[in-house]
Design a protein around this ligand. Structure first.
Ligand code: UDP
Length: 366
C-alpha cells in the first residue's frame, strides 16, 4: 500500500510537498557525506545506510560539526541485504531516498565486472523492492555521464545516445532502465536521475572531503596525496588522446555544486511523476595537465608526474551540457576548477592521512 507523508518542513512551508525524512544510501562516502551536510542545513531529517567499503563512520562527527545538527540515524549495512534495509524502513518514516551506494571506478570495473553489477545493480533492485514494500515512491538516483561512453567530444546533453563502455557505466545504465520501467509500471513513482561527470573538491571548511580507503582511482585525490607527500608521483594515463594536449579531458564538478543539485532535486520530486533524467556539470573541459597545473598553483608546489599508457576503459573527453537542469530547476554549477583544487587541497592539508589519523584534530583551522 502506498504511503505518502506530505508535511512541509517549516522553511519549505510555501511549497506543496517536501520530504522531511530522507534516506541517503552511501551517506558516509564522498558525495554522500556532503549531501548529509546540505540536507541537514536545509532542515531535512537524514538517515544514512552505508557499508563503509570505501568510507568511515568517523565522517559523521565532522558532518555534525559543520551542520550543527545530528544525522538522525546511521546503519552499517550492505544495501543488497533486504532484511536489514527493511528494518531501517520499518523504523523510520522515509519520504524519499537519495541513492549513492555503488562502486564507481570505471577502470577497476573492467577487472571485476561481476562485483560491479552485483553491488550496483543488485543494490538498486534490493532498494527498489524495499521501497516498494514500504510505500516509498520518490527517489533521486546518482547516475553518471559515463553512460554516454566515448561520444566523440563536444558537450553531451540528455539526448546524446548512450554507449556505456565499462561494466561500471553499464551498471549505471542498467539501473536507469530498471528505474524507467518501474516508473512506467507504477505512475506513483517519481525518479530524478542525475548524471554527473567527475565530482571533486571538498567542503570549504576542510573538515570533510574525498578520502578513499584504498589507492585513489580518481585524479583529484591522487594528486592531493602526491602534494601532501603520501605518494611520490602522479601517473598521467595517456597523452595521445585527440585533445588539446593529448591528455584526457573531463568536466570537474565541485562536490558542493553536486550536492546542491541533489537538494534542489528533492524540491522537485513532486513536480511530475515518472522518470526524469538530467545532466549535471559545468560545460567546461579540463585536461589532466590543466588539473595538474591548477592544483600546483593551489598547493604552491609542482606535482611530479610520469606519462604512462592509457587506462583501460578511459575515453578522450567527457564534457557536459547541463542547460536542461538550469532551465527546469534553475540549478547551475558556480564553482571553477580553481575552487575544486583549492578546496581539495585544503582538505588534504588539514587531514594529511585522511579521517582516521586526523580524528583527534578535525577542527584545525586553515
Ligand atoms: N587520471 C590520471 N591519473 C590518475 C587518475 C586519473 O591521469 O591517477 C586521468 C584519467 O585518465 C582521466 C582523468 O584523469 O582522463 C579523470 O579521471 P578520474 O578517474 O578522476 O575520473 P573519471 O574520468 O574516471 O570519471
Amino acid at each position: 500500500m502506498a504511503r505518502r507523508n506530505r508535511w512541509p518542513t517549516p522553511e519549505r512551508a510555501g511549497s506543496s510537498w517536501a520530504p522531511s525524512t530522507v534516506l541517503v544510501t552511501g551517506g558516509a562516502g564522498f558525495i554522500g557525506s556532503h549531501t548529509c551536510v546540505e540536507l541537514l542545513d536545509h532542515g531535512y531529517e537524514v538517515i544514512v545506510v552505508d557499508d563503509y567499503s570505501n568510507s568511515t563512520p568517523q565522517v559523521f562527527a565532522r558532518v555534525e560539526r559543520i551542520a550543527g545538527r545530528f544525522v538522525g540515524a546511521v546503519y552499517e549495512l550492505d544495501i543488497r541485504d533486504r532484511r536489514a534495509l527493511s528494518a531501517v524502513f520499518d523504523r523510520h518514516n522515509v519520504d524519499a531516498v537519495v541513492h549513492f551506494a555503488s562502486h564507481k571506478a570505471g577502470s577497476l570495473s573492467t577487472r571485476m565486472p561481476v562485483h560491479y553489477y552485483d553491488t550496483n545493480v543488485g543494490g538498486t533492485t534490493a532498494l527498489l523492492r524495499t521501497m516498494h514494500d514500504h510505500g516509498v515512491r520518490r527517489l533521486v538516483y546518482a547516475s553518471s555521464c559515463w553512460v554516454y561512453g566515448d561520444a566523440g567530444g563536444g558537450p553531451l546533453d540528455e539526448t546524446t545516445p548512450v554507449r556505456p563502455g565499462t561494466p561500471y557505466a553499464s551498471s549505471k545504465w542498467i539501473c536507469e532502465q530498471i528505474l524507467a520501467d518501474v516508473c512506467r509500471r507504477d505512475p506513483e513513482y517519481t525518479v530524478l536521475c542525475l548524471r554527473y561527470p567527475v565530482p571533486a573538491g571538498a567542503h570549504p571548511s576542510g573538515l570533510i572531503g574525498e578520502d578513499p580507503r584504498h589507492t585513489p582511482q580518481n585524479l583529484l585525490p591522487y594528486l592531493a596525496q602526491v602534494a601532501v607527500g603520501r605518494r611520490e608521483r602522479l601517473a598521467v594515463f595517456g597523452d595521445d588522446y585527440p585533445t588539446s594536449d593529448g591528455t584526457g579531458v573531463r568536466d570537474y564538478l565541485h562536490v558542493m555544486d553536486a550536492v546542491e543539485a541533489h537538494r534542489v532535486a528533492l524540491d522537485h520530486l513532486d513536480d511530475e511523476p515518472g522518470m526524469h533524467v538530467y545532466n549535471l556539470g559545468g560545460g567546461t573541459g579540463s585536461s589532466v595537465l590543466d588539473v595538474v597545473s591548477t592544483f600546483s598553483r593551489a598547493c604552491g608546489r609542482s606535482i611530479p608526474y610520469d606519462v604512462v599508457p592509457r587506462r583501460p576503459g578511459d575515453v578522450a573527453e567527457i564534457v557536459v551540457d547541463a542547460r536542461a537542469v538550469e532551465r527546469d530547476w534553475g540549478w547551475r554549477s558556480t564553482r571553477s576548477l580553481s575552487d575544486v583544487c583549492r578546496d581539495a587541497w585544503r582538505f588534504q592539508r588539514l587531514n594529511p592521512r585522511g579521517y582516521v589519523d586526523s580524528a583527534r584534530r578535525p577542527g584545525t583551522k586553515g
